[in-house]
Design a protein around this ligand. Structure first.
Ligand SMILES: [Zn+2]
Length: 122
């Protein structure tokens, strides 16, 4: 892979990483103990008395369960981006983890954190 493209993809990965972190910060906090792990902030029930309080708590729980898969998806993407950046550092970027062949540059342009070539992805 030529250096110009590699630099472009690296910048893309870093940009994407920053965007995802920004999104995650809105509803999750970084787990300081586990690298790359994020916890969705469970909204605390403020203990309001009566049915209004309970209803509010139920809404918040619902919100939590819809955010969880999003958090997971972001986390996964973040992990793949980190892996790709790590590979760039070790000059091993763009190689399929399964068959060891070079991943199509067109694929990397769309999906720079790809770990497998199209054949192995299937
Ligand atoms: Zn492959």
């Amino acid at each position: 892979m030529n250096k110009k493209l590699l630099k472009e993809l690296k910048e893309k990965l870093e940009q994407e990483r920053a965007t995802i972190e920004e999104q995650l910060k809105r509803f999750a906090k970084k787990d300081e103990k586990i690298k790359g792990d994020w916890d969705t902030i469970f909204p605390k029930w403020n203990g309001e008395a009566g049915s209004a309080g309970l209803e509010k708590a139920a809404d918040e729980v619902e919100e939590y369960s819809t955010l969880l898969p999003i958090e997971y998806a972001f986390e996964l993407k973040l992990r793949n981006i980190d892996l790709a950046l790590e590979k760039i550092k070790k000059s091993k970027y763009g190689v399929c983890e399964k068959c060891g062949k070079e991943i199509d540059e067109r694929r990397l342009k769309i999906y720079p954190e790809a770990r497998f070539c199209l054949k192995c992805k299937k």
